[in-house]
Design a protein around this ligand. Structure first.
Ligand code: 13P
Ligand code: ZN
Length: 275
């Protein structure tokens, strides 16, 4: 068997390609990581190499010590993942302190995991705890319409959540806890990872101003679906704002409260402010 035949790897590759087809991954934009289950590791263990060098993650994630991740490579193109997964992705194992990683498969032509590895792993650590171990996928994409909105809306969790909820009735049901926003920061390091993972304690989605989005979820379908729903809502908002700066009618705070009852979700009142 090949690693790419394993179900988790197939799901990873399909999701990367779905993101490419949406237009969210120009050049090497975006990255994806999956926290492998014990059975995933057992399935491919005989194909993993355990003699590679150990490299610094650039942050510390002690609650992920010893875990395995499938991750896209730095500088690799999502467009190529489906054609050449062994060159575009890797499987890494973390050391027993959660400070170093070892590449055990993939990146056959050299390279390293995504430059956003600190953000991915710090988000995984936070979401693993917050979800009781259920969340396994962290996805970063350069979603066009969300990025456009970060130039015209105030960079506040309340505003982005409320405006995106209003654009499609399904939104408060898909992301009831809301969306966090990180103001512009230098990507690729620990500082932006700390800021993002702080938001991930409360939300499943974080927007990086003038850059893109991070989403977290239990599996590939849920995480891709979450990214897709938020970006679609942003597209509707961009279209609406392009037609007119004001809305003639919209979903009201009371409409959201009624929806919450019928759909059995809790919608924090901080997002249901009067405008
Ligand atoms: P990588 O190629 O290192 O994954 O970086 C792409 C990116 O989107 C950085 O934010
Ligand atoms: Zn990016």
């Amino acid at each position: 068997m090949k690693i790419t035949d394993a179900k988790f790897a197939e799901g990873f590759i399909r999701m990367a390609n779905d993101g490419w087809e949406q237009g969210w991954h120009e050049r090497n934009g975006g990255n994806l990581s999956y926290r492998m289950k014990d059975e995933d590791v057992a399935e491919v263990k005989s194909l993993l190499k355990e003699d590679g060098p150990w490299n610094e993650i650039g942050t510390s994630v002690p609650d992920l010590a010893g875990e395995y991740f499938m991750v896209t490579g730095s500088g690799k193109y999502f467009r190529n993942v489906i054609l050449d997964p062994e060159n575009s992705c890797c499987i890494v194992k973390l050391d027993d302190k959660g400070e170093k990683y070892q590449i055990q498969w993939g990146l056959v032509n050299g390279g390293r995991p995504t430059s956003e590895l600190p953000s991915h792993l710090m988000n995984h650590e936070v979401k693993k705890k917050a979800s009781g171990g259920k969340h396994r996928v962290i996805y970063h994409a350069h979603t066009t319409n969300v990025i456009a909105l970060t130039f015209v809306l105030p960079l506040e969790d309340e505003v982005f959540t409320r405006e995106l909820w209003e654009m499609a009735t399904e939104c408060p049901v898909v992301f009831p806890s809301g969306i966090g926003v990180v103001g512009w920061m230098v990507p690729g390091g620990r500082d932006i990872a700390v800021a993002t993972s702080e938001l991930m304690k409360k939300y499943d989605v974080a927007i990086w101003a003038h850059h893109g989005m991070f989403a977290s979820g239990e599996d590939f379908d849920l995480t891709f679906g979450l990214m897709h729903t938020v970006e679609k809502s942003a597209e509707i908002l961009v279209k609406t704002l392009s037609m007119s700066p004001t809305k003639l009618q919209t979903i009201t705070p009371q409409n959201f409260r009624d929806l919450a009852v019928d759909f059995n979700v809790e919608l924090p009142e901080k997002f249901l402010y009067e405008k």
